[in-house]
Design a protein around this ligand. Structure first.
Ligand code: SAM
Length: 227
């Protein structure tokens, strides 16, 4: 499919998540066989935070990562620009603040956060570099970032199976919810910087200790770094 151009991407993505918000969690559970919960737990655990630490979740959607942060004894703030996704998050009654804002222009003060997390949102940000700069700004010195995203397995056999599932099965499943959104999902992997570029981008923003872990045989990546 043809992906949105940079100048229209934010508006297209916002409208798309507004449309799919009521079915977003169900589709996630179906597409990942419920494993997405475990990945989110790992993304928060990787931060090794003490109880009470402040975690900001960028592109929080329906609040799954905020919920994990709260479960780990942290405080959480979720930020998303989709009003409907935030409504779903609010309906869960999570004890955290939810803010409607662009992750590339956060209404949060410098050094507020002990940690920043983001789940499956990197592909969707129209300006990833600007979002990383904002994450850096709101982090305390030595604060950590944990970024969860889809990835492409490096093993040829797995890559083949993954391609069939992601490019064929997911759009078929998703067409009952929103044909465009679940065709966009596998295609949007093209927006992701390659591994080396991603590491360099984090380094250029100022992050250190950049590391990448592969989950689910490389179908998911967890990138961590320190301010
Ligand atoms: C695939 S969803 C991920 C939701 C959630 N983090 C999760 O793990 O399920 C991506 C989210 O990023 C949000 N998003 C995309 N670009 C954004 C931006 N520039 N600022 C704020 N939110 C954004 C979308 O509205 C959507 O809710």
């Amino acid at each position: 499919m043809k992906l949105p151009e940079p100048e229209s991407k934010a508006a297209v993505v916002e409208a798309m998540f507004d449309r799919i918000a009521p079915r977003y969690d169900l589709m996630n559970r179906l597409m990942t066989f419920g494993l997405d919960r475990r990945w989110r737990r790992e993304a928060v655990a990787a931060l090794e935070l003490p109880a009470g630490a402040m975690v900001v979740d960028l592109g929080c959607g329906t609040g799954d990562l905020c919920a994990e942060a709260l479960r780990a004894g942290c405080r959480a703030v979720g930020v998303d620009f989709s009003a409907r996704m935030l409504e779903q998050a609010a309906a869960r009654g999570l004890r955290c603040a939810l803010i409607r804002a662009d992750a590339a222009n956060l209404p949060l003060r410098d050094g507020l956060a002990d940690a920043v997390v983001s789940g499956f949102a990197l592909r969707n940000f129209a300006d990833l570099r600007a979002v990383l700069r904002e994450a850096f700004r709101i982090l305390k010195p030595r604060g950590r970032i944990s970024l969860l995203e889809v990835d492409t397995p490096s093993w040829a056999v797995l890559r083949f199976g993954h391609r069939i599932f992601f490019n064929r099965v997911v759009p078929q499943l998703g067409k009952f919810v929103d044909r465009y959104a679940y065709a966009y999902l596998p295609s949007s992997i093209e927006y992701l910087p390659a591994e080396r570029q991603m590491m360099e981008m984090l380094g250029a923003v100022g992050f250190s200790e950049v590391a990448k872990r592969r989950l689910m045989a490389g179908a998911v990546q967890l990138v961590t770094a320190r301010r």
